[in-house]
Design a protein around this ligand. Structure first.
Ligand code: 4AZ
Length: 268
């Protein structure tokens, strides 16, 4: 089983990263569009105003997105086991730099989806509550992203933009110091289920997206994938990164069980 490994890798990464963050950043190769993250491009300041870096004990562990000035959304696997310790977590907003700029806001409460299953990553979503108006900025670099309607379908082969500070490739497991994004195409649900059949397939609370030589990767987890200004999903899991045989898997936010749970807690 590949899936639980990602969560473990992420925790290990956080530990190693705590020690090596500065040296990793220094060791990164000089800027080359093709050698960072799994391809994609560097973001411009203000291009992803809803993007957050979720930090545990000051170290980037995952992405997250702003839903309102006091609510963020991430993956359940990013906070699993720590939902009673919100004070370990902070959110950096308003900066394309992973470790500098913008402002860092404390998380006040963590709500893990009640149906989250770490064995198969089903319902991989969590809500993070902050102080009122914490997730906003007068500089205009911070803004919420809209959610899909309940049950809103995702068509096949639709372009969607995913962003984060995650690994540049499976063989170059280094976080990006600068926010990156890439465009992937949504994958037909049955095709994805079949592609991932040896890894448990996908549920209705997941969808897949892929493109040649580009993908989300470890460290992008919990972050946004959007289409036409709507947050359609959250980076959840995959088998390697940018592997031509395995599409990336995302939490489907329009799934009624997820969307209604978000509304219940946030009124959004
Ligand atoms: C992860 O564990 C992860 N290739 C995220 C996305 C993908 C793989 C792994 C997609 O954070």
């Amino acid at each position: 089983m590949q899936k639980p490994r990602f969560a473990i890798v992420l925790l290990l990464l956080a530990g190693i990263h705590l020690i090596l963050e500065s040296s990793f950043v220094k060791a990164a190769a000089p800027r080359k569009p093709d050698s960072r993250i799994v391809n994609g491009r560097e973001a411009a300041e203000g291009e992803f105003p809803y993007q957050l870096s979720l930090r545990r004990q000051t170290v980037h562990i995952c992405g997250a997105s702003i839903l309102a000035s006091n609510w963020a959304i991430t993956a359940a696997h990013c906070i699993d086991g720590h939902e009673r310790q919100p004070r370990e977590f902070t959110l950096r907003q308003g900066s394309i730099m992973r470790s500098t700029g913008g402002s860092v806001q404390p998380v006040k409460a963590i709500h893990k989806h009640p149906a989250y299953d770490r064995a198969d990553m089903n319902f991989d979503v969590a809500l993070l509550k902050t102080a009122d108006r914490a997730l906003s900025s007068p500089l205009g670099k911070v803004a919420p992203i809209r959610l899909p309607a309940v049950g809103e379908a995702i068509l096949d082969s639709v372009p969607a933009v995913v962003s984060g500070w995650g690994h540049m490739s499976t063989s170059n497991p280094v976080l990006s110091p600068v926010l990156k994004s890439t465009t992937v195409l949504t994958v037909n649900q049955e095709k994805c289920h079949n592609d991932l059949r040896h890894h448990g397939g996908v549920t209705e609370a997941m969808f897949c997206a892929a493109a040649r030589n580009t993908d989300a990767c470890q460290g992008d987890s919990g972050g946004p994938i959007s289409a036409q200004g709507t947050l359609i999903g959250i980076v959840s899991w995959g088998v390697g990164c940018a592997d031509p045989y395995y599409p990336g898997v995302y939490t489907r936010l329009a799934h009624p069980t997820i969307r209604r749970w978000i509304r219940l807690l946030t009124k959004l």
